[in-house]
Design a protein around this ligand. Structure first.
Ligand code: GLN
Length: 536
């Protein structure tokens, strides 16, 4: 018998519904249950792949090559799951499928309506996640209750609870309980209103998680319980925290997992959270700190490199260091004196992935600065491409070297479009996406860090190192430390004469988890720590 948990949000957005859902996943896995997580996004884009990071933050890439909402990143980082295409549904996909069926004539002349056609498709997708031996499906609904867009999803949940035994479902509503300074009081009214909205739609939540700045008094809890019609133990406090990985522990203390299992009539197996707790402790009590500069174009946005930020924090765990990230806008690095100013004192420099020419020259300068000053350096995707361009320009002496993404006319196109990309017209879902194998070169930093020859990492790009220029580039000291098994595509480059200079065409950050930091990023942080000791 499969059980279903639905997570909705009220009052306002950005309350951390994704992390809350992921934390519920951590807790139920710690209880020995096989779970899965999925996200429903009410917007009409078919996937977030074509969206600018300014709108919904990073695009998370799954192993099977789907471009998904960044919450799937939290789900993977908080659990043992490897998710895929089926774990992220957008309203765009739902409508797309239904309209395609209508055009094919599958509906035999009937009128196509939101209820039942769209809602049926949503219900089908809720169940679709139940693959293998999954015992509990956790479905998070994006957006906030009251949004026009999320109505079909909420209606589908209402119907779903009616279709199955309601006791096999648990609705968890995340709200905000603001503290009003003038009144010196926590206010429960917004929570009451948002639960009222849910009830109008026909959904009575079973549990209310209250995001708050201040501890919730017994009185406020009682009030929420009474007005929202849930038992007092089902009002769960979620106090602001500086470490998102402590949230499962906070929820556990609040007995959230016990309440969920009781509601679902599941056995409260013993909870095994000791390992998680140990990792959180290491993060909260580090022995040292290293600061690295992340030089990119979207650095001012909090969520645009979410997985990378998190992966860097994880990467500090093996060395027991706290990683501080100095976000440097690459457009500010175009002049020589700006480099020393903005990169002063950092223990490492990292250039992440990106698209478009804005800020590229600043990234090239930052990489040159790291190479010449022997500062540990890591490039990811565009970062690798930039590292190759910098090397071609300043070591090989090809002053006009560039990627054809930015200068199609250059005589030295050291980065060029992938052959598989030449005839691509549609922008959505057409890059080289998802997990691909890579073979590591003996005696490279990468080979040592991974401790094996063959790896599989996730990609999201259209351009690649142009093999035409490789013999010369290799001769001048750039090592191709990772190649595709057919040896055609360069996956990792390293500088031979440098303490730590590694760049990857893939995105290591998508496979990092709190419980298994990425080996190559961990090696980078360890090199940064060593470097820091030499400069202080
Ligand atoms: N714009 C580059 C490409 O498409 C890099 C992409 C990335 O960094 N994810 O190849």
């Amino acid at each position: 018998m499969v059980k279903y948990i639905f997570v909705t949000g009220g009052v306002l957005s950005s309350l951390g519904k994704g992390v809350a859902s992921a934390s519920i996943g951590t807790l139920l896995e710690a209880r020995g249950y096989r779970i899965t997580l999925q996200k429903f996004d009410p917007y009409l884009n078919v996937d977030p792949g074509t969206l600018t990071p300014y709108q919904h933050g990073e695009v998370f890439v799954t192993k099977d090559g789907a471009e998904t909402d960044l919450d799937l990143g939290h789900y993977e980082r908080f659990t043992t799951l490897t998710l895929g295409k089926i774990n992220n549904t957008t309203a765009g996909q739902v409508y797309h499928d239904i309209i395609e069926k209508e055009r094919r004539g599958d509906f035999l002349g009937r009128t196509i309506q939101v209820v039942p056609h769209i809602t049926d498709e949503i219900k089908r997708r809720i169940k679709r996640a139940r693959q293998g031996k999954v015992e509990i499906v956790i479905t998070e609904i994006g957006g906030t209750v009251g949004d026009i867009e999320s109505l079909p999803f909420l209606e589908a949940i209402r119907q779903f609870r009616r279709d199955v035994n309601p006791e096999d479902t648990c609705c968890i509503h995340l709200t905000y309980v603001p503290y009003i300074r003038a009144a010196a009081e926590l206010k429960t009214k917004p929570t009451q209103h948002s639960v009222e909205r849910l009830r109008e739609i026909g959904i009575q939540p079973d549990i209310i998680i209250c995001r708050t700045e201040r501890p919730i008094s017994a009185e406020a809890r009682e009030k929420i319980s009474l007005y929202c019609n849930v038992s007092p133990e089902a009002v769960v406090e979620a106090l602001d925290t500086s470490c998102i990985y402590s949230i499962p522990l906070v929820f556990h203390q609040e007995r959230l997992d016990t309440v969920i299992l009781k509601r679902l009539r599941m056995r409260p197996r013993p909870s095994r959270l000791a390992k998680w707790e140990k990792l959180v402790n290491i993060m909260q009590q580090p022995k040292a700190e290293v600061e690295i500069a992340m030089v990119g174009k979207y650095v001012r946005l909090q969520d645009s490199y979410k997985s990378l930020d998190e992966a860097l924090y994880h990467a500090g765990i093996p060395s027991r260091v706290c990683v501080k990230i100095r976000k440097v806008d690459s457009e500010a690095l175009e002049k020589e004196e700006d480099l020393a100013k903005h990169l002063n004192g950092v223990a490492g420099i990292l250039v992440p992935g990106g698209f478009g020419v804005r800020g590229v020259e600043g990234m090239i300068s930052a990489i040159r600065y790291a190479r010449e000053n022997r500062i540990p350096c890591f490039g990811i995707c565009l970062g690798l491409q930039i590292a190759v361009v910098e090397f071609a320009r300043n070591v090989c002496g090809w002053k006009d070297a560039h990627s054809t993404e930015f200068n199609p006319q250059t005589a030295h196109p050291v980065i060029a479009i992938l052959p598989s990309q030449k005839d691509v017209k549609n922008l959505g879902g057409t890059m080289r996406l998802g997990g691909y194998p890579c073979v590591l070169t003996a005696k490279s930093i990468s080979r040592r860090a991974y401790g094996k020859n063959r790896i599989n990492e996730r990609h999201r790009h259209r351009f690649e190192v142009n093999p035409e220029f490789l013999p010369e580039i290799r001769k001048k000291g750039l090592l191709t430390a990772g190649l595709s098994p057919d040896r055609r595509l360069v996956e990792i480059v390293e500088l031979k004469d440098h303490p730590f200079f590694v760049a990857t065409q893939f995105h290591p950050e998508f496979q990092s988890r709190l419980s298994s930091p990425h080996p190559l990023l961990a090696a980078f942080i360890s090199a940064c720590l060593k470097y820091k000791e030499t400069i202080t």
